[in-house]
Design a protein around this ligand. Structure first.
Ligand SMILES: C[S@@+](CC[C@H](N)C(=O)[O-])C[C@H]1O[C@@H](n2cnc3c(N)ncnc32)[C@H](O)[C@@H]1O
Length: 230
């Protein structure tokens, strides 16, 4: 039987749901798109340039901007988001020529409704700070990736003074609280504990400091043979 959600979990999810339900219609026109969301998608998509298109899952897909850009690049994409009105906005972009390659569904990042090894890539942009149990989500992402598949996660980088001002103060206020921006060493530790190898982090500035963390699922042999070979 699934564990009863804690008060913190209920608060985080209720907050995310009400905030994004109210925001869904105007989200794509918000100033944060120009200064934070779009630059973070561009940073993340650069990582796809060397990859052969396959199946991708975009967790916390929101209005689907990243998912649609991935589909335009030839990927078969599933977008998943907690908030139905955000999902409706993402589905509303179906006039795009990539429409046959994308499916958007309502769901919770902590319980991904997919079988083990279903995807070649999992992306997560600007959503991680809304999750009350982030380590659980990283383990779920690991589970649904095939061996050799990769997780690309982008979120605010709050490690330094400016990052703390921007994320713990400005963004937390814009988003109405109940969010949790993590320092890079914590995100790295969650990746490594979930089993990811070749964990790499890239920090960059658009207007906001952004952190991209990438991890690769080891092959079955590597998992069993070289537990120390990170
Ligand atoms: C700031 S938006 C980012 C949307 C999109 N990825 C982007 O970069 O524009 C955060 C999104 O995370 C979603 N979200 C929050 N908690 C979630 C959860 N537990 N599971 C799935 N999605 C969640 C919200 O509904 C919202 O659409």
């Amino acid at each position: 039987m699934p564990a009863k959600p804690s008060r913190r979990e209920r608060r985080f999810k209720r907050k995310a749901h009400s905030q994004f339900s109210a925001w869904a219609e105007t989200y794509d026109r918000h100033w944060l798109n120009r200064f934070l969301f779009e630059p973070s998608h561009t940073l993340l998509l650069r990582e796809f340039e060397a990859l052969t298109p396959g199946r991708a899952l975009d967790v916390g897909c929101g209005t689907g901007a990243l998912a649609w850009r991935l589909a335009a690049g030839g990927w078969e994409v599933i977008g998943l988001d907690l908030c139905e009105p955000m999902v409706q906005q993402a589905r509303g972009k179906s006039a795009s020529p990539a429409a046959g390659r994308i499916l958007v569904t309502v769901g919770d990042s902590e319980r991904l409704p997919f079988a083990r090894g279903s995807f070649d890539a999992v992306t997560c942009a600007n959503s991680f700070h809304h999750y009350p149990h982030q380590a659980v989500v990283v383990r779920e992402m690991f589970r649904v990736l095939r061996p050799g598949g990769r997780l690309l996660l982008v979120d605010g980088w709050p490690d330094q003074f400016m990052g703390r001002i921007m994320f713990d103060w400005i963004i937390t206020r814009v988003e109405g609280g109940s969010v949790w921006h993590r320092e890079s060493r914590h995100v790295r530790a969650m990746f490594e504990e979930a089993g990811f190898r070749q964990v790499k982090q890239r920090r960059t500035y658009s207007f906001f400091p952004i952190l991209l963390t990438r991890g690769v699922v080891p092959s079955e042999e590597a998992r069993h043979a070289g537990r120390g070979a990170r």
